[in-house]
Each structure stands twice: as C-alpha cells, then as structure tokens.
Write a protein that binds this ligand. Structure first.
Ligand SMILES: Cc1cc2nc3c(=O)[nH]c(=O)nc-3n(C[C@H](O)[C@H](O)[C@H](O)COP(=O)(O)OP(=O)(O)OC[C@H]3O[C@@H](n4cnc5c(N)ncnc54)[C@H](O)[C@@H]3O)c2cc1C
Length: 445
C-alpha cells in the first residue's frame, strides 16, 4: 500500500490530493483550519448574500485534463461563465471602466511626454535587474517609475521599489501602462518589447481564451464544495483542524509525519503547500531563515441599499490617495440573478501597515466608495463587516524572495520524496500558476 500526504488544504493542496489519488492507494490531506479552501472560502449573511475571502473568480487553465478535473461539475444552471470580466481601475481621481492598467496620460502633459519618450527609447538589459526600481527604470523609464509606479507600490507594499525584488509589481497586475491612442498602442504591441509594457485600451482586446466562472449563488466557496465532494468520492482522507508537528526522515527519504494530536502517520510522498520554514522546523533541518513580512490584508464587506453606479465586476484602486486596493462588486457579477431586495454588496481589499484603528479605516473605506462614485452619495450602508487575512500579501523584498528560494533549494536537496507547491513555495502566486505548477509536478502517468 502506498501513501501520500498533502499538507495545506487550499486549492494547491486540494488539487495535489486529487492528482496523487491517481497513483497512490492512500492520500491524506492535512488542513489546519476547520474547513478546506484557503483563500477560496466564502462567508454568508443571514439574507443569503455571500462574501469571498480572497480570490473571487476561477478560470480554465488551458490544460484539458486539469480543466476536466477542476470544472466538470460546473454547469450553466448554477454558474455564470464569462469570456472576460468587466474590470477597471481608479487612478488620479478618475474611474476608467475599460482597463485595469494605469493611464500615463493622466500625468501633466509635459511630464507625460517626457516619460513617454523615456519609455519608448528604453532598452531593457538582458541581465537580471538587482531590484524592482532598476527593472522599472529599464522598462518604463525614470519618470513613469517615479510618477506612476512608486506611489502605488509604496501604498501596496509599504516600501519603495528599490527595496523590492524584480517582478514584485506583477503581484498587483501592474505590468503595463496605457499610453498614446488605442491604434498606436495596438501597432506598437506588435513588437514583443512593447507588448510587455503597453496596454490595450479596451478590455476585449488581447483576452486569452480562458472561460471565467463564478457561482450564481453562494460565492466562490461553492467551487471548493464541489472539489471537496470530489476528494471524498476519490477516497482522500481529510484531516481538518490539524497541523504537522514532526516530519520523520532517513537518508533523504521522508517516511512519516506526526500531527499536533500525536498521531504518527507513515508516508511515501509528502506534498507541502504551506510555508517551507514550517517543514524545516518539523523535520529539524537547518535552512536559511528570513522572517516573512506580510502586509496587513483586511477585507471590508459592505451592503448598500442602492445599485452601484458602475457595471464593473471589479476594479483596482491604484490611486495612492485611497486605502482600497481592489473592489469586487458581487451584485454586478450576479447581473439578472441578483435580487435588489437584498441590497447591493461588494468586498474591498485593503493592504496597510495595520496601525489605523479598525472603525476609522472601515468608515474611510466606505467613504472612498462614494468618493470614487461607485456608490451613490445618498446610498445607505446597511451592513459592514471586516475580516483580517492571516496569510495576506507578502512584501516581496529582495531578501525575502532570495531566502525563500534558498529554503526551497535546501529542503528539496535534502529530502527526495518531497514536493514544495502552492503559493507559499514562492515560485507562483496567482491561482492558475499554482495549478499549472501542481499539475506539472504531480501528473505522472
Ligand atoms: C487577498 C488575496 C487575493 C488574491 N486574489 C487573487 C486573484 O484575484 N487571482 C488569483 O489568481 N490569485 C489571487 N490570490 C492568490 C490565490 O489566492 C492563491 O494562488 C491560491 O489561494 C493558492 O492556493 P494555496 O493552496 O497555495 O494557498 P492558500 O489558499 O493560502 O491555502 C493554504 C492552506 O494551508 C492551510 N495551512 C496553513 N498553515 C498550515 C499548517 N501548518 N498545516 C496545515 N495547513 C495549513 C491554510 O489554512 C490554507 O487552507 C490572492 C491572494 C490573496 C492573499
């Protein structure tokens, strides 16, 4: 009898367990929380309105076998399917309903022209940049880095680009800028160098062929319910409310784990989807340590008595004057399925240093929704709730990213039958990147 153990019951762990069940007799999934799902959980009000906990939308990966595993229970009766989401952004005091990317044309004319010249003449080096500041300067020029990127990165990460690792801006979807006209941008994007950093002006241009899904009722947690049902049907044993205290190994082979309740479980394969330093501790191995710095990440859930003044599904708030990072407007996603009797509901994600008093912050965020003209000025807020994420957004400093890579290398060098996967492994953050990585690692015929 062969046994594989998966630690962490987020989407990375759930899909790992389903794939492992194809090759192992026993698969056990250890999840610290009372229920699986991680950042794809949902809470509900008494009226039946649902608020998601982190990630909202799920999309096909383009890998047929994986998509079958993930979405074969997703049907038109219970789920919305979108070719693309209506997404926008707020920056410089303006709402743009056609793009999530910052509009460089919002800068004073002279500054914009100077920045534009720098960006178009920039020649990114083939060498890996030492930090995000250098990467942004090489790609967009100093003017756009200083005027556009630095203020929003400072707001989101709490530090300047000089202290961040290259690519840290991708965590917040800041890879492109809106410049020039729609036609000129389209033309320039034919060149790969410009395609990387210039945005299309309309949402339906350049969309990939993924289908995006959201449940008609019950929030994104419904997807986890469907996958949990699959785990049960496949015979995966779920050990919720537990964590791993010890990992036994000999000659580079993991042979057992010990749970917090003292249970000793033998295994032939371990998949670890929670922070790697916890494995180093449980296995009593020396790895380079660097305390992870997480941004205080808080979700504010609101119900208003009036419809939103936009039809966007979600928007990024790049404006440094606002505390909000992203607003998801569930009632707009529900469209015809939404019952206006229950009011209109949204979630605002806020990243901060955590110093501001909660009641003041929630009032400020509520006022921001009115100031951004997403909610009518005379709307009454019927409900406010907030929750903090323990595993929020990481501050991707150079030291943190480097230590994460060293930890992962060190652990996988010392332990043969180990896979470090999921967003905590440090090599992927977005859900579909995590899913593809899991599939590549565990889909062994
Ligand atoms: C606020 C927020 C918004 C996001 N929005 C998006 C988005 O819009 N699009 C997108 O693609 N991605 C988004 N992401 C990233 C996305 O949520 C992750 O890619 C996805 O959740 C990764 O799944 P995971 O299983 O690796 O991690 P998680 O979902 O974090 O799951 C980890 C699980 O491990 C459990 N756990 C932790 N410690 C232990 C332990 N010691 N023992 C056992 N179990 C443990 C946790 O309880 C949790 O259930 C967002 C992330 C955050 C923080």
């Amino acid at each position: 009898m062969t046994t594989a153990i998966v630690v962490g019951g987020g989407i990375g762990g759930i899909v790992s367990a389903l794939l492992l069940k194809r090759n192992y007799d026993n698969v056990l999934l250890v999840e610290r929380a009372p229920v699986p799902g991680g950042l794809l959980r949902t809470s509900h009000t008494r009226d039946g309105l649902s608020f998601d906990f982190g990630t909202h939308f799920v999309a096909t990966t383009g890998l047929d076998d994986l998509d079958e595993l993930l979405f074969d229970f997703v049907n038109a009766e219970d789920w919305h399917e979108f070719d693309y989401l209506k997404a926008g952004h707020y920056h410089g005091g303006l709402l743009n309903g056609n793009s999530t990317f910052i509009d460089a044309r919002s800068l004073p004319r002279q500054t914009y022209l100077e920045g534009l010249e720098q960006m178009l003449l920039a020649t990114p080096s083939d060498e890996t940049p030492v930090n995000l500041e250098q990467q942004l300067d090489d790609t967009y020029g100093v003017v756009f880095r200083q005027q556009l990127f630095t203020p929003v990165l400072q707001k989101l990460f709490g530090v300047a680009p000089q202290q961040l690792a290259p690519d840290a801006h991708l965590l917040f979807g800041l890879q492109r800028l809106l410049i020039l006209s729609a036609d000129a941008s389209r033309e320039l994007k034919n060149l790969p160098r410009y395609d990387q950093c210039i945005a299309f002006h309309q949402l339906d241009e350049g969309v990939n062929r993924a289908s995006v899904f959201y449940p008609r009722h019950g929030g994104i947690g419904r997807w986890i319910d469907g996958l949990t049902e699959k785990l049960r049907a496949a015979g995966v044993e779920m050990l919720t409310g537990h964590f791993v205290q010890g990992v036994g190994h000999q000659n580079g082979q993991i042979d057992s784990i010990t749970l917090d309740d003292g249970r000793h479980l033998e295994c032939d394969q371990l998949v670890w989807t929670v922070p790697p330093f916890l494995l180093a501790k449980a296995a009593d191995l020396d790895v380079p340590m660097h305390a992870p710095q997480l941004r205080h990440t808080r979700l504010f859930h609101f119900i208003f008595d009036r419809p939103f003044t936009t039809d966007l599904h979600y928007l990024y708030v790049h404006d440094p004057a606002m505390s909000a990072f992203r607003v998801t407007l569930y009632s707009n996603v529900a469209g015809q399925d939404h019952d206006p009797e229950h009011g209109c509901h949204c979630t605002v994600e806020v990243l901060s240093d955590g110093k501001e008093e909660l009641s003041m912050l929630s009032e400020r965020v509520c006022n921001e929704l009115i100031a951004m003209e997403l909610v009518p000025e005379d709307a009454v807020c019927r409900y406010i709730n907030s929750e903090a994420l323990v595993a929020g957004f990481p501050v991707l400093s150079r030291e943190f990213v480097m230590a994460g890579k060293q930890q992962a290398d060190c652990l996988t060098r010392q332990l043969n039958n180990l896979h470090l996967l999921g967003k905590s492994s440090g090599s992927a953050f977005f859900m579909n990147d995590v899913l593809r990585e899991v599939y590549d690692a565990l889909n062994v015929a």
